[in-house]
Design a protein around this ligand. Structure first.
Ligand SMILES: Cc1cc2nc3c(=O)[nH]c(=O)nc-3n(C[C@H](O)[C@H](O)[C@H](O)COP(=O)(O)OP(=O)(O)OC[C@H]3O[C@@H](n4cnc5c(N)ncnc54)[C@H](O)[C@@H]3O)c2cc1C
Length: 383
């Protein structure tokens, strides 16, 4: 049998690619190797699982066995790839097994960034970036009343909103002065903060966490302004960093992610990258929609028709039911201005160029209804 297409990973990038590939090629050998359980689940559900009343087990839509059957693929769960030999087209597993590949796809994801924290309980700080993390988080939430969240970005705000479903007070800490500060203009940020506060979220703006200590009543978090708070749990949500180590060690070009061209090819033949680990022509966009575009393009390439990935405008829905929000941030370095129109029930913020062209938007509350109408006016992200 000829060497398989090997995909490393079993997240949305790996499985979407495998599915798209099987639509085009029913027979070539296909293998997925993942260091986790390799069950199929939707990672975005992790930050609304509490209000959706789902346990970690219930979040698994299909087991690895079921996926293997459906995809006519070999799936190796709990199997770590420790190195790649690009010259011989082989990957090496943790137990020294060597697997040859026809083509290799890195779908390795990203690691949560950990802030350097002082204090003897710094290691107790959790982050939730996969199902196993969620299991642990969910377990530790039992009996918790107050949870500190480091970071008021997308994921921090979503978890804060979700914790309200458990009657827990989320206390969000961020060095900026409004939530989603890199995606929203200040007025829109203030609106979102107000809605989340009304729903029960507390915020500490303009500060960072400095240390975490165990005290009798729980965990004491000391902030950069010397104030402190006592909570039951600390969740860190300060951002992600693409997993590039394996690629770098194999001599592939890496930057913020594994560097790929518009065909999702790395700097080595027969090696590709998709999902959160990939940097496509300088763009590392850790969201589901770009993954779908990548999966379709790369599946075609792997099935014999070289196809470049294209990104249309891709607004992101923020899962904060206390204030429904959709953001399409302007491209980095885009020149323009925000124009904000508040209404009784929401806020419409448009980022436009001097000539009036729409370059980005943020829609809050009732303004989210304008998403469909405005999206076609946005510039494409990658032509
Ligand atoms: C809480 C949360 C909420 C989110 N909400 C949204 C949302 O609403 N909308 C949206 O668009 N995006 C959202 N995202 C982002 C989205 O979930 C990610 O972009 C996407 O899931 C990334 O998929 P991936 O397959 O690239 O990475 P991952 O899902 O991280 O998969 C990486 C895989 O690689 C495996 N792996 C890594 N290293 C090795 C190795 N050496 N050997 C073997 N296997 C290895 C891992 O086990 C894993 O299976 C959210 C993310 C989080 C954390």
């Amino acid at each position: 049998m000829s060497a398989p297409v090997i995909i490393i990973g079993s997240g949305l990038a790996a499985y979407n690619l495998a599915r798209e590939f099987r639509k085009l090629d029913k027979t070539s050998a296909l293998m997925l190797v993942s260091r986790d359980h390799a069950g199929f689940y939707s990672k975005p559900m992790l930050s609304n699982a509490l209000s959706a009343n789902k346990s970690a087990e219930q979040l698994i839509m299909k087991t690895a066995d079921k996926m293997a059957e459906e995809l006519n693929a070999t799936i190796l769960p709990h199997t770590t790839v420790v190195s790649i030999d690009v010259e011989h087209q082989e990957v090496v597993l943790g137990d020294d097994t060597i697997l040859p590949y026809r083509d290799l796809v890195l779908a390795l994801g990203a690691d949560p960034i950990r802030l350097p924290l002082n204090g003897q309980a710094a290691a107790a700080v959790l982050s939730v970036n996969d199902l196993d993390d969620f299991t642990q988080f969910n377990r530790q939430l039992d009996g918790a009343r107050r949870v500190a969240i480091l970071g008021a970005g997308l994921i921090g705000c979503e978890f804060a909103n979700d914790l309200l479903a458990r009657d827990i007070t989320p206390i969000v800490i961020d060095p900026a002065t409004w939530p989603l500060s890199r995606l929203l203009p200040p007025e829109a940020g203030a609106y979102l903060a107000q809605k989340l506060s009304d729903a029960g979220v507390q915020f500490h703006w303009g500060v960072t966490a400095h240390s975490v200590e165990t005290v009798d009543a729980g965990l004491q978090v000391t902030l950069s302004d010397q104030s402190s708070l006592v909570v039951d749990l600390v969740l860190s949500a300060v951002g992600l960093r693409a997993r590039t180590e394996l690629a770098a060690a194999a001599g592939l070009s890496v930057n913020r992610g594994v560097v790929v061209n518009q065909y999702l090819q790395t700097s080595q033949p027969h090696v590709y990258a998709v999902g959160d680990c990939a940097e496509v022509l300088g763009l590392n966009l850790p969201f589901v929609f770009p993954i779908m575009q990548q999966a379709r393009a790369l599946a075609a390439t792997l099935a014999g028709t070289e196809t470049s990935v294209k990104y249309p405008a891709m607004p992101v829905m923020v899962k904060t039911p206390a204030c429904p929000t959709v953001v399409a941030p302007p491209a980095l370095g885009a020149v323009g201005e925000w124009h904000v129109e508040p209404s009784e029930t929401g806020m419409l913020a448009k980022f436009s160029a001097a000539d009036g062209r729409l370059l980005g938007f943020a829609l809050l509350g009732s303004a989210t209804a304008q998403r469909q109408a405005l999206t076609p006016d946005l510039p494409v992200v990658l032509a």
